[in-house]
Design a protein around this ligand. Structure first.
Ligand SMILES: Cc1cc2nc3c(=O)[nH]c(=O)nc-3n(C[C@H](O)[C@H](O)[C@H](O)COP(=O)(O)OP(=O)(O)OC[C@H]3O[C@@H](n4cnc5c(N)ncnc54)[C@H](O)[C@@H]3O)c2cc1C
Length: 387
């Protein structure tokens, strides 16, 4: 066991994945999280084939498959007619895995249990106030380490401290509501399962089958920052009057009071580096993408794996961090750019641009649509799983 120690700020998907990855290559890891209690938060998440490979590297492939539902992907019009539909088999033949959907809480719990099982100490109720690149993090007191991982999310305080000239996250132009419905309400869901997006003008609805007879749904609408803040579930449902079923039925089947609402932000302005001294930024803190490409959590897990690969490949931590920055920045910043463009297209409000968008997708050969995801989905870690 190495005597090198890492301090991870943030116990989200990225921070916990980093804790698992660093512990697996012999680091002593402590995670500091601002929340007093690590509760079940979030709704559904996609685990795309690239994330499945990262989870396999962590030794968590079988556990992921137990907790996630494999499926195809597709896009429908508001009438329900399909613009494109790929089966889980199409995806598996091309990328080695289908699209998996799982509850965020289930992924979070899996990473937390794995980290704690590997000896990681998790401290809750500890909000980082500032960070120094030497490195040290200030809470009520200052804690030093050999390495700090800043995984404190899209509105990262640590990023602002390290890169004071960076403008921070940008609003992507729409709001997203999410919830968990039941399979019974979604009896008109596509079979076999398909992660489905349905497109209107400036409005979208999506759903994905989870394990345990649950269905993750999300609805989005273009508008200024903070728009529709008071919308109830009934208000959101009314946006989808006249849409194909099971759109409204799924929303209606959610437990009262559980709908989530987020203004969507991403890192439009790329950071000049993911490293400052001995601090590595990771996940949304480094390169938040919009949900339009379903990759935020997937890329955070990739980051975690690649940070551990770099640290186990170089004796010197500074060399390893340089390697991490050079490996991760081009890929993730390109995907952040693509996600911003994708948000504009998918949320298109103008009838001409929305009509053009639908026509392009409808006329695109299936093979071309399948290849369009290649940039994100083809990624694999450089080394095979070590567990
Ligand atoms: C509507 C929506 C849908 C999405 N769908 C998908 C999807 O289908 N697939 C996908 O891959 N991704 C998806 N994402 C993105 C995904 O949720 C994020 O990219 C991912 O959770 C980022 O993980 P993270 O660990 O970097 O940040 P977070 O999960 O935000 O975790 C950051 C953690 O840091 C803690 N923290 C913050 N500040 C401090 C501080 N100062 N001190 C201590 N702790 C602190 C926070 O409390 C939090 O626990 C979606 C996002 C949204 C908003």
């Amino acid at each position: 066991m190495s005597d090198r120690n890492a301090l991870v700020v943030g116990a989200g998907i990225g921070g916990l994945a980093a804790a698992c990855a660093l512990a697996s290559v012999g680091w002593q890891v402590a995670v500091y999280e601002q929340a007093k209690v690590l509760r079940e938060v979030g709704a559904g998440l996609s685990m795309a084939p690239n994330a499945v490979r990262a989870m396999e590297w962590l030794g968590l492939g079988p556990a992921l498959r137990e907790r996630a539902q494999g499926q195809g992907i597709g896009v429908r019009r508001r009438s329900g007619s399909w613009l494109v539909r790929l089966t889980d088999r199409d995806l598996t033949e091309r990328y080695g895995n289908p699209m998996y959907a799982m509850h965020r809480a289930s992924l979070h719990q899996l990473l937390l249990e794995t980290a704690v099982g590997a000896g990681v100490r998790v401290h809750t109720g500890r909000r980082a106030r500032s960070v120094r690149p030497d490195p040290a993090v200030t809470f009520e007191e200052t804690v030093c380490a050999d390495l700090v991982v800043a995984a404190d999310g899209v509105h990262s305080r640590l990023r602002s401290a390290l890169f004071p000239d960076h403008p921070g996250a940008s609003y992507a132009g729409y709001v997203c509501w999410r919830g968990i419905g039941s399979v019974a309400a979604g009896s008109r869901l596509a079979r076999p399962a398909v992660w489905t997006d349905s497109w209107g003008r400036g409005v979208r609805f999506g759903s994905a089958l989870l394990v345990d007879s649950r269905v993750f749904w999300y609805a989005s609408k273009a508008g200024p920052e903070g728009a529709y803040a008071g919308h109830t579930l009934a208000d959101v449902m009314s946006i989808f009057d006249g849409w194909h079923e099971p759109v409204r039925a799924l929303m209606a089947s959610s437990k009262p009071g559980t709908m989530l609402r987020n203004d969507i932000y991403f890192l439009k302005h790329p950071l000049p580096s993911f490293v400052a001294g001995r601090v590595a930024l990771l996940g949304d803190a480094a390169h938040a993408v919009t949900p339009d490409i379903g990759q935020g959590a997937c890329l955070a897990i990739e980051d975690a794996v690649m940070l551990a690969v770099a640290l186990s490949s170089w004796n010197d931590v500074d060399d390893a961090l340089r390697d991490y920055d050079l490996t991760r920045r081009p890929r993730t910043q390109k995907l952040a750019r693509i996600s911003g463009g994708s948000a504009r297209v998918q949320q298109a409000s103008h009838p001409v641009s929305a009509g053009l968008r639908d026509a392009v997708v409808r006329l695109m050969p299936k093979r071309a649509y399948l290849s369009a995801g290649s940039e994100a989905l083809s990624w694999r870690p450089p080394e095979p799983a070590r567990w």
